[in-house]
Design a protein around this ligand. Sequence first.
Ligand SMILES: [Mn+2]
Length: 318
Amino acid sequence: MEKIIQAIKEHSTFYIFGHVDPDGDCIGSQLALARFLTQLGKKTSLYSKGKFERLEIQRFQSQFAHSFAPADKEGIVIIVDCSTPERTGFENEGIDKFPTIVIDHHSAGEVFGDFRYVRPQASACTMLILDLIEAMGKKPSKEVAELLMLGLCTDTGFFKHLTETGAPAFEAAAKLTAYGASPNKIYFDVNGNKKAATLKLISQALDRATLYLDGRLIITYETLKDYETIPRECRDIDTVYPLLLATEGVQVAASVKEDDPDKVTVGLRTRCDTIDLGAAAALLGGGGHKKAAGFKIMNSNAEAVVKLLVEHFSKILV
Ligand SMILES: [Mn+2]
């Protein structure tokens, strides 16, 4: 942390990256950091490859550049919420030519970057941004507090994912609320304003949910054909997961999504403390957290990936 603070003090230009398919924690971390550094008189620019599918981040999309072409030779790259450089989607655009700060809370991945503040026990990356702000002897503005709270609320499923180790998340939430963030406003930023078509996708996802492995695994899926009639930004799988996991006997819920003609994306969730989905996903080339993870399969389709999941988890859910 000391070295990160020193690097921030010594430099004036910062290029801030998060991960592809960003969520509230990623975008909240990037934006909060940018606002904070701007308040310190620094020059910042924000980068994301998208897609900005989640409702709660769509309004921020215009603030992010899609390609990296810095005018300055000077500057520092800051990568948040990424366990590998590839997760940025910018790994081939010269970001490695700059000194790099990594701020992350993932458990799996690789060690990269020059200055690292990585705490897998943190419930959200935005908690680590708050740590940084406080370590510099500053306080977040109301706007920064709201952005940090957005990440904390979304990555913890509004605190539902927390266990008896979750006290630091509540401490951060108490601070951010005192700094002006409203949990109620953030709840409706995330869960309000859904399109009517979203209900259709949710009902379809529930309708397709199928139990495997004596009811321990539940899988639902979406195909490219679905998106011909319902826009993909109406997708709301985060509403579906808790319902799938609420089913008696279910240990793991999986959502399989045909993303492109050549790519299938899988999301995994569990309620069980004894299952490490990050490790399970890593075996298939993905990654994530113990209770929430994912992976991608190229040149496949939903049907084949469902079979692969059943086979894979038949060895894990014993
Ligand atoms: Mn995160």
